[in-house]
Every structure is written in C-alpha cells, then in structure tokens.
Design a protein around this ligand. Structure first.
Ligand code: 13P
Length: 259
C-alpha cells in the first residue's frame, strides 16, 4: 500500500505575523490559480492537502477567499480557556464558529518567545479537540539539545505532555528550532529518523493511530530541498514559513510531494 493511500500528505504555509489584506488577497489568488494544476492522487482525489495558517485578524478573509477551492486554512494559536475574562485571547469555539479546521499549537516561537510550557500546549491541544478542530502539534529541539544528543528526549517529552491528557494526535509538525528561518535544514535522513521515532512512540500506545498519523517537517523548506525530504517514508508533508509567502515557491513545494 502506498503512503498516500494511508496518509494524505499535508503541506501548509505558516504565515506567522506577515500579511495585509492586499498581500493576502494577492497570495491567495496566486495559490488558487496554481492549485488545479497540482498532481491528483491515484483515486482522482487531490494528492495532497494544502493549507495556510494565517494571523487571527485575517482568518475571515482567508476563509472567504479559500471557499470553494482546494485550500484549507487554520489558525496559528488558540487560548487554553473556553470563554471568559481573558483580554486578547481567542477561544477555540470562536475559531470553530466560522469553520476553522486546523490550528497550530506549540510552535517553537510560542514556546521560546512566549514561554509556553509543555503543559500549556497540552491544554491548548485539548481545547481545540473539544470543539472539533484538528491541532497540529509542533515539536522540536534546539541546537544545544541536538548537540547534547537529546533530540528524541525533547520531542518525546513534548509529545508525552499531550498524550497524557489527550488521545493520539492526528497531525505533528517536527520543526527543529535550529532549522527555522535559518536556511539550515535537517538532512532528509536526520528528519526521517526523528519522524520514524515519533511514529514508533505513538505506535506503542495506539498502532492504528500511528499508521494514520501525519508527521510533517518544518524548518527552511524550499522548492529546492522539498522533494528529497518528501522522498522519506515518514515525512508526510511540510510546514513552510518564509517560502510560503511566495505563491510560486509554495506551489513548487506542493508539486514536489509527487505522490
Ligand atoms: P521557515 O520555513 O521560515 O524556516 O519556518 C518554518 C516554520 O517555523 C514553520 O512553522
């Protein structure tokens, strides 16, 4: 059985804190124009699921402009609280209210710049699951942790915090911190080794969920390195930062999945 028949590849752009109504509209128009030209799966289904994670204020714009296209969309974060006096926070139910399907949790920028702990990330994960939004759990080690030989210890700790309070995840993004926005990419073999270990870690609890689990790679993915990453059996797609802000570059990454 081919990988694509078990796990539909997922390629997503994380726009981070970039964009304006004008640039978003131009980017989405470029993506929508290119999406019909992407390869189809064996059964005639779309080969890969393509998504964008936009800043909160633009989610409504993205939902309207993506409607009727192959483009899925999601949020970059969520509150751990369901409702209440939490100024500036956005509840999972609010995202759900206008059809949000995915949300990132635990991105390394949230963990390092905003002090998010593993326990907080697990609470956010749970808040999303409660309303039926698929959390994309981001994991990854720093350069110092990799050099100390602690990569698997770190990503297992991040994953275990979620497994302790929720079921097995459906979507993981392995993003080595040292590869994000640096131009340094994990080699396909380095990334594959971590993806395989993450899948085995989930399989120890739930073998069927591990087979279905989509694990995407993030960290300086570009059109030029995507195909080699996607050739690895446990790399099910990509979470793309900088290169997702250019429609042609992002579409070239989508084309490289070539399932
Ligand atoms: P870059 O692709 O810019 O390295 O960002 C990766 C990332 O953080 C995606 O979430």
């Amino acid at each position: 059985m081919s990988r694509s028949s078990i796990r539909r590849p997922f390629i997503a752009g994380n726009w981070k804190m970039h964009g304006s109504q004008a640039t978003n509209a131009a980017l989405l128009a470029g993506l929508k124009a290119g999406l019909p030209n992407l390869p189809k799966g064996e059964a005639g289904d779309d080969a890969a699921e393509i998504a964008v994670f936009a800043p909160y204020p633009y989610l409504d714009q993205v939902s309207r402009l993506a409607a009727g296209s192959r483009l899925a969309w999601g949020a970059q974060d969520v509150s751990r609280h369901a409702v209440g006096a939490y100024t500036g926070e956005v509840a999972a139910s609010m995202l759900r209210d206008f059809g949000c399907r995915y949300a990132l949790v635990g991105h390394s920028e949230r963990r390092s710049l905003h002090g998010e702990s593993d326990a907080l990330v697990a609470e956010k994960f749970s808040a999303l699951e409660t309303v039926g939004i698929v959390p994309a759990l981001c994991l990854g080690e720093t350069l110092a942790e990799r050099q100390a030989g602690d990569t698997l210890k770190v990503v297992f700790r991040q994953l275990d915090a979620v497994l302790a309070v929720c079921g097995a995840p459906a979507l993981l993004a392995y993003e080595p911190v040292w590869a994000i926005g640096t131009g340094l990419t994990a080699t396909p073999e380095e990334a594959q080794a971590v993806h395989l270990a993450l899948r085995a870690h989930v399989a120890a609890r739930d073998a069927a969920a591990a087979e279905r689990l989509r694990i995407v790679y993030g960290g300086s993915v570009k059109a030029g390195n995507a195909a080699a990453l996607f050739a690895m059996p446990d790399i099910d797609g990509a979470l793309v930062g900088g290169a997702a802000l250019d429609a042609d570059e992002f579409l070239a990454i989508c084309r490289a999945i070539n399932v």
